[in-house]
Design a binder for this molecule. Structure first.
Ligand SMILES: CCCCCCCCCCCCCC(=O)CSCCNC(=O)CCNC(=O)[C@H](O)C(C)(C)COP(=O)(O)OP(=O)(O)OC[C@H]1O[C@@H](n2cnc3c(N)ncnc32)[C@H](O)[C@@H]1OP(=O)(O)O
Ligand SMILES: CCOC(=O)c1cnc2ccc(OC)cc2c1SCCC#N
Length: 389
């Protein structure tokens, strides 16, 4: 497969695979700000760039609707992600974010939003180097404007705006294979509402299984098993930050979270992110942590259901409580909150609990990429400590 655009970019190229003479690290050096293209890239005649102020309800709603109708679908077109407006504000407005990195394209005549791409700043550690990166996400071109090479223009424009802030690396994921993944992960799914997943056609009744037997198979207790298991509060941020920084230090690629980051990314926010910790009833020491984010999907073409309520495993830290028990408690609270499914990637130590907690492997893969940063050898998913939204 040729990649006319990606073969022109500072990313690991297929032809370089196995060439150990190429050093790990930046592929191209930074340029001076005066050398960065000052004006936006050209768009096709009838379209114009716009910056989307995600703190504006009107604009956030326009972005919500573009994504709701045109963002990622699974291969069988059974689901389409339906990121909520409060989720988008959370995902795109972390500490130190750049409004100019929330980039839209409008049709001049109608002023309709027809394309979108975003970046948020992050400090990502790669082995021993902490690198300032842009996390790129929500690349979306309206279904009616596909296959017109608009995506490369969107990507070059967000690259230009990131360069203007003197940043030269990025991290992103995709379900498609591009030059060149640093690792490839597998999605796993744990049914919480098996009847609904069977009714929508995602799951099938097992051989020699009745519906009532299947419901019983996935049944969970009404409340968590771990003593001291409770929601995270603002006062816990210092302890949770210490716990998380320690735990993430074992992975090759991981975010370099400080207390500000933890306060934004990991404090519970209704309908967006849930986080729990284990506080020892005796010593009041905070020993473990788990979190998941809320990402519903539209169910396409089903008469009985419109929406799938999905929870996605986020960052989990197991020190005293076995990860198996911690994640089972996460499943229990997710079921209490009426989620239909709990999803997880096989990253970090997730593989150790997936099968035992009755997750099944998905048929989708998620490829992780770095822009302008070479990694000598592709990583195993268990070496990756980064979850993108
Ligand atoms: C220093 C800072 C650097 C910052 C930038 C870093 C890099 C950030 C990179 C972005 C990270 C985003 C991460 C993210 O958002 C998470 S992945 C989700 C991407 N979005 C969707 O799948 C939504 C539904 N699909 C669409 O809206 C369109 O199909 C899109 C817009 C995907 C492509 O629109 P289209 O109308 O279908 O296609 P053309 O315009 O004709 O363009 C075709 C070219 O685009 C390449 N392509 C296709 N899908 C891609 C994807 N998911 N990443 C990167 N490249 C992708 C493709 O390989 C080809 O190039 P090639 O000829 O070389 O093969
Ligand atoms: C029931 C299990 O599948 C999903 O939860 C789900 C939901 N919505 C999607 C929308 C687009 C989509 O495009 C790849 C996939 C899904 C998936 S499966 C992969 C995500 C996970 N876990």
């Amino acid at each position: 497969k040729t990649h006319k655009f990606w073969e022109s970019q500072p990313v690991g190229q297929y032809k370089d695979i196995g060439d150990s003479s190429l050093p790990e690290g930046p592929i191209e050096p930074p340029t001076s700000l005066s050398e960065v293209k000052q004006e936006p890239y050209n768009l096709p005649a009838l379209y114009e760039w716009t910056t989307c102020d995600m703190e504006s309800d009107e604009t956030c709603n326009e972005v919500y609707n573009l994504l709701k109708n045109n963002y990622v679908e699974d291969d069988e077109n059974m689901f389409r992600f339906n990121y909520s407006q409060e989720f988008l504000r959370w995902a795109l407005c972390p500490p130190g974010y750049y409004p100019s990195w929330h980039i839209g394209v409008r049709a001049k005549a109608s002023q309709k939003l027809v394309a979108f791409i975003t970046g948020v700043p992050a400090r990502i550690r790669v082995r021993d180097e902490v690198v300032k990166m842009a996390e790129i996400n929500f690349l979306c071109v309206h279904k009616k404007l596909r296959s017109k090479r608009l995506a490369p223009v969107m990507i070059k424009e967000v690259t230009r705006r990131v360069h203007l802030e003197n940043m030269w690396q990025a991290a992103y994921t995709a379900g498609v294979v591009l030059p060149t993944p640093i690792t490839t992960c597998q999605y796993w799914h744990r049914s919480l509402n098996p009847k609904k997943l069977i009714d929508v056609g995602f799951s099938r009744l097992g051989a020699r299984m009745t519906m009532s037997r299947t419901i019983k198979l996935y049944k969970l207790p009404d409340s968590p098993a771990t003593p001291g298991f409770r929601k995270v509060e603002l006062r816990d941020v210092p302890a949770v930050t210490r716990l998380l920084r320690n735990y993430l230090s074992q992975f090759v690629v991981a975010p370099d979270f400080d207390e500000n980051d933890v306060e934004h990314w990991l404090l519970p926010t209704d309908n967006v992110v849930d986080s729990y910790l284990v506080e020892s009833p005796e010593t009041h020491e905070i020993t473990d942590f788990c979190s998941f984010y809320t990402l519903p999907s539209s169910i396409l073409g089903n008469q009985n259901y419109l929406m799938l309520k999905a929870a996605y495993s986020y960052y989990n830290v197991s020190v005293k409580t076995p990860l198996l028990q911690l994640m089972n408690d996460a499943l229990i609270v997710a079921k209490q909150k009426d989620f239909d499914v709990f999803n997880a990637l096989d990253v970090m130590h997730n593989e150790s609990f997936l099968k035992e907690l009755k997750f099944g492997p998905g048929d989708g893969q998620l490829h992780y990429y770095l822009y302008n940063y070479r990694i000598q050898h592709a990583l195993r998913p268990s070496e990756l400590g980064l979850v993108l939204l």
